[in-house]
Design a protein around this ligand. Structure first.
Ligand code: NAP
Length: 247
């Protein structure tokens, strides 16, 4: 089958990086299922995609509700008759220093950022195996590679994605399914909108290309990892961070 007829499921598609990924994949001809909790913004993204001739549908789901999330993915695979691409992008932060971090802050971040990706990959693996093709991309973070003060929970969740992705890549690589991690550095989205100017200035000093990233910078990497051409790329961690970590 051609790359153009493939079905992609993108979480966190209501704004930021997930929205840019969804628009990019739709531009390349995929039918994109847009998932997040808020139906209104998802419908706006769907309209934006359809205005330019793309195809999309909306899936309002809370990815921290394991049962609902798995059922949503299984439902899409059965309605569309296939599921080729899964981008686990939705994520949250609940930053606090180690000594102050509550169990609730820990649990919320692990459930939303890490457990949801496990639930999604488990649900998506069967239809991907059936189609003898799959492209999984988990969106981690440079925090998960080098750590970041105040983000014990977030860094653990993102680092966990790396080990989990590499394991899945080993388990199902022989079925035509690849699994990779894209690890963004500092990207201009709502997630980073409230960082103090002083933090942004010091961050920019560490970025070799001397600017923050855009959601489209991440979408470009995801587009390659999910393309038919990327069948020999699996178990990799691609840091898209303007050279901040160089690891
Ligand atoms: P964002 O602008 O805050 O968007 C987060 C997205 O996740 C929204 O679409 C949100 O949709 C969705 N989401 C959050 N909780 C959800 C839940 N329980 N169920 C369903 N959807 C949920 O974040 P972003 O900056 O685009 O980040 C996207 C990903 O990149 C995250 O995994 C983040 O950790 C990672 N990342 C970002 C940066 C950065 O600098 N921005 C750097 C490194 C990594 P609703 O609110 O509509 O549910």
């Amino acid at each position: 089958m051609s790359q153009e007829s493939r079905v992609a499921f993108v979480t966190g598609a209501s704004r930021g990086i997930g929205k840019a990924v969804a628009i990019r994949l739709a531009k390349e001809g995929r039918h994109v299922v847009l998932a997040s909790r808020s139906e209104g913004p998802l419908s706006e993204v769907k309209a934006e995609i359809e205005e330019t001739g793309g195809a999309a549908s909306v899936c309002a789901v809370d990815i921290s509700d394991r049962k609902a999330f798995a059922e949503a993915i299984e439902g899409v695979a059965s309605e569309q008759g296939r599921l080729d691409i899964l981008v686990n992008n939705a994520g949250i932060t609940r930053d606090n220093l180690l000594l102050r971090m509550s169990d609730e802050e820990w649990d919320a971040v692990i459930e939303t950022n890490l457990t949801s990706a496990f639930v999604a990959m488990r649900a998506a693996a069967r239809p991907m195996m059936k189609g003898k093709f799959g492209r999984i991309v988990n969106i981690a973070s440079t925090s998960g590679l080098v750590g970041n003060s105040g983000q014990t929970n977030y860094a653990a969740s993102k680092s966990g994605l790396v080990g989990m992705t590499r394991t899945v890549a080993r388990e199902i690589g022989g079925k035509g399914i690849t699994a990779n991690v894209v690890a963004p550095g500092f990207i201009q989205t709502d997630m980073t909108a409230n960082l103090p100017e002083s933090v942004l200035d010091s961050v920019k000093g560490l970025i070799q290309v001397k600017r923050l990233g855009s959601p489209e910078d991440i979408a470009a990497a995801v587009a390659y990892c999910t393309s038919d051409d990327a069948g020999f790329l699996t178990g990799q961690v691609i840091a898209v961070d303007g050279g901040m970590t160089m690891c």
